[in-house]
Design a protein around this ligand. Structure first.
Ligand code: BG6
Length: 475
């Protein structure tokens, strides 16, 4: 019993939420840079309000973030001390191709990540690299409208080839897109999409999704050709949909919600459009335009493993019923009366992780990897500057217990677990700094003040023990 010896424990982050330094090293502007904090954020990340530049009116905390760009040596040393075996991180696309469609990559950007990988190697930390974590160059949005255009495939593959070749000696584990299903919920952040008045938004989203799916499959193929050791996973925002009641209409609606999410993984893991998607997209007149070879491409290169983020389950009612709404990772759903909620109103459901792991494994029978799970909470240092984040420890302990049960009792094949996020960073959903996830506190405040000093929270020592004992001692 117990988790396998080579189970990978770690932490996960994203370039645009931790690096800062957005004007340094020749980096170009990306969609994620122009999403402001505050009330307009939601309209911008959803593509309802077109913002392709930063302005004076808004604030952009991610421009400096926690300055991983200058602190990465210290940060990776702390991750080494924490004992992580894997660090999930992403590449800022515009550090490598500032406009997105240059013929040659930007050496300063490539050198930066090479240093990051060297530093990881020093502490025997394996990088797990997300090629695009909500990242699309503004240059490509202006020129092509983001992923609505097929031209994106070529630009993305140029990025992939550059990364697979340059980092062949450092990286063998990749994710092609972060939370690919977010195209449907945050289309500007997920795929650089802005909508024109009167346009059929669903059609644009599924067209963009098709381009990402083809690009993702070609990336898998390319990764294997460049280095047979490479393993590429897909990544989606998971969290099973529970029917609000046992009323068949609620059960049906929950099933539809799950299918909407699994659609992406169905294509990426099985290699073809599932029949429910073929029927429904055609019926709605939004079947994407395809090149004749696309379906063969999808078939030829399914992913090697399936990764996902899990923050909460969702509770789904038939239209017109279901009462109060609850927040969640960029989706709203009915409020589940059996759960408690985080300070940001997200449901807390550890058993939901076991349920999700079982459902995903039953469906695909491929190795799984939990690449995000954590609690966003406000941390207040005490008079000695220490953070006693028992709430975070409680959240993680219960989720890790549920994860272990899925492996040890249900037989789910799981490669590893990277919690979101080992070091405090900027929230993707809200753009706030005060929504913290880390084991390591960063002295950076909501108003931008702070020394950027790093310090260990109580959860740091707790997680260190968890890793050391391969999940046997959960405190
Ligand atoms: C996932 C993203 O959606 O959830 C991360 O992949 C994000 O980028 C995380 O940070 C937590 O969400 P939030 O909104 O609390 O930052």
């Amino acid at each position: 019993m117990g988790l396998q010896k080579n189970f990978l424990w770690g932490g996960a982050s994203a370039a645009n939420q931790c690096e800062g330094g957005i004007f340094e090293g020749g980096r170009g502007l990306a969609n994620v840079d122009v999403c402001p904090a505050g009330t307009d954020r939601s309209d911008v990340i959803c593509g309802r309000r077109k913002m392709l530049a930063m302005d004076q009116e808004h604030t952009y905390p991610a421009a400096e973030a926690v300055d991983f760009y200058h602190h990465f040596r210290e940060d990776i040393r702390l991750l080494g001390e924490l004992g992580v075996q894997v660090y999930r991180m992403s590449i800022g696309w515009t550090r490598i191709f500032p406009n997105g469609d240059e013929e040659e990559p930007n050496e300063a950007g490539l050198a930066f990540y090479e240093e990051v990988f060297k530093e990881c190697r020093k502490y025997r930390i394996k990088p797990l690299v997300t090629i695009s974590h909500f990242d699309c160059p503004i240059g490509l949005i202006k020129k092509y409208g983001g992923w609505r255009s097929r031209k994106m495939i070529e630009c993305y593959l140029r990025l992939c080839r550059t990364l697979f070749t340059r980092y062949k000696d450092y990286v063998t584990h990749w994710l092609n897109f972060n939370e690919i299903n977010m195209i449907l919920h945050a289309p500007f952040m997920g795929a650089g999409l802005c909508f024109e008045p009167g346009e059929n938004e669903e059609a644009v989203k599924y067209q963009a999704a098709h381009h990402e799916l083809v690009a993702g499959a070609l990336a898998v193929k390319m990764a294997h050709e460049i280095n047979p050791e490479n393993k590429v996973g897909c990544m989606f925002a998971a969290g099973s949909a529970y029917p609000y009641t046992c009323k068949p209409e609620d059960v049906w609606e929950a099933l539809l919600t799950d299918q909407e999410n699994y659609f992406f993984v169905d294509v990426q893991a099985r290699g073809y459009y599932p029949s429910y998607a073929v029927k429904r997209l055609k019926k709605r007149g939004i079947w994407p335009e395809m090149e004749p070879e696309d379906l063969d491409v999808l078939k030829s290169a399914p992913v090697d493993f399936i990764s996902f983020s899990y923050y909460n389950s969702r509770c789904i009612a038939a239209p017109g019923s279901g009462g109060e709404q609850a927040e969640g990772n960029l989706f709203q759903s009915a409020r589940n009366p059996y759960l408690t909620f985080s300070e940001w109103g997200w449901p807390i459901d550890p058993l939901g992780l076991r349920i999700t792991l079982n459902q995903v494994y039953d469906r695909y029978q491929k190795p799984l990897f939990i690449v995000e799970n954590g609690l966003g909470a406000m941390d207040t240092p005490d008079e000695n500057g220490e953070i006693h984040d028992n709430y975070r420890i409680d959240y993680l302990r219960e989720h890790i217990r549920a994860m272990k049960a899925a492996v040890e009792e249900d037989g789910v094949e799981l490669m590893g677990y990277t919690s979101w996020a080992p070091i405090d960073l900027i929230s993707a959903g809200s753009g706030e700094m005060k929504k913290r996830y880390g084991f390591i506190y960063v002295d950076k405040q909501e108003d931008g003040s702070g020394t950027l000093a790093r310090s260990r929270k109580d959860s740091f020592y707790w997680y260190q023990k968890v890793i050391e004992t391969n999940g046997e001692e959960l405190g």
